[in-house]
Design a protein. Structure first.
Length: 309
């Protein structure tokens, strides 16, 4: 017990000394080389897959101007402890499937003697970012240690997959998921029950026209969820739900579908190569274009062109 207390207190002074106003949103580890990270950034958020690489006792701490959500996918400890400033420390044994939320400016500290090589997802959310629904503010949100929430967990799992499979076509999807994540966090804070599936509430006629015109005008460009939401004067979260209700697909998928439809038109011209067409409709390389084309049409661009002859 005495050894555990010494290990826990060893990292507290370091956590308290971190600069709250610093620009680095990251959980720090000691020793620093015990983790392998994979990072992705989207508007208003940064996310990391954090993998422990060896069986060795380690400490960790964080304090930043961003909210921090940790989703522990696989984590079993022989011993350990985690604490958020203002809450009593909690012992660690098995934390797989658990979530921890650290509000912006609060200190996090802990240590672990790992039984398995743990893997977790870390989400750093800008409190002033554009993705939260205005009526569901994250202001004054309370910290939470090792809690469970099915809606939040499902969203973090989808975002984790996007961290490991980055691509410009995933930008809209990732932003929609982050908007949903902040929305669900706010609902938990306010004690609101999980939302029922919407049966109405699609885009108005003028909104559908304006957003489709915007997508067509910027077909080859990466389009953010926030930009689309601003076109029709909605929050990103409500826009994503309304768009899917109106078009039966999320905004990112609609964008890709329109790119592929444009590519079909261009494939009718024998003077353009498949690579030329891929770049024209906004794909950064031929492989991703071919994969998207096959997924939506069941054939490769070359096969489709042959069918036109």
């Amino acid at each position: 017990m005495q050894e555990a207390q010494e290990t826990s207190s060893q990292f507290l002074p370091i956590a308290n000394q971190l600069d709250v106003g610093g620009g680095c949103a990251r959980v720090h580890f000691s020793p620093s080389d015990i983790v392998r990270r994979l990072t992705a950034s989207w508007r208003g958020s940064t996310a990391e897959v954090v993998q422990i690489t060896r069986h060795e006792r380690f400490g960790y701490w964080a304090r930043s101007p961003r909210h921090l959500l940790i989703a522990s996918e696989h984590a079993e400890q022989r011993d350990g402890e985690i604490a958020i400033e203002g809450l009593a420390p909690s012992p660690l044994r098995t934390s797989s499937g658990k979530l921890t939320f650290v509000p912006a400016g609060r200190g996090l500290r802990g240590w672990s003697d790992p039984r398995i090589l743990s893997r977790s997802l870390h989400f750093h959310l800008d409190p002033n970012g554009p993705l939260a629904a205005p009526e569901l503010s994250l202001d004054n949100i309370e910290p939470r240690l090792l809690f469970e929430n099915a809606a939040i967990w499902a969203t973090t799992a989808k975002l984790g997959a996007l961290i490991e499979a980055p691509g410009p076509c995933n930008q809209l999807y990732a932003e929609a998921l982050v908007a949903a994540l902040t929305h669900e966090l706010a609902r938990v804070h306010l004690g609101i029950a999980p939302a029922e599936p919407a049966t109405h509430g699609g885009l108005a006629g003028w909104q559908k026209k304006r957003v489709t015109q915007y997508i067509e005008a910027n077909l080859a460009e990466p389009i953010s969820l926030t930009a689309l939401a601003e076109v029709v004067r909605l929050s990103p979260f409500h826009f994503a739900r309304a768009f899917k209700h109106s078009f039966s697909v999320p905004p990112h998928r609609y964008h890709i579908q329109r790119r592929i439809e444009r590519a079909k038109e261009l494939l009718a011209s024998p003077t353009l190569t498949v690579t030329d067409i891929a770049f024209t409709v906004g794909f950064c390389e031929t492989g991703s274009f071919t994969a998207a084309f096959r997924r939506l049409t069941g054939r490769t661009p070359t096969d489709y062109r042959r069918s036109l002859e």
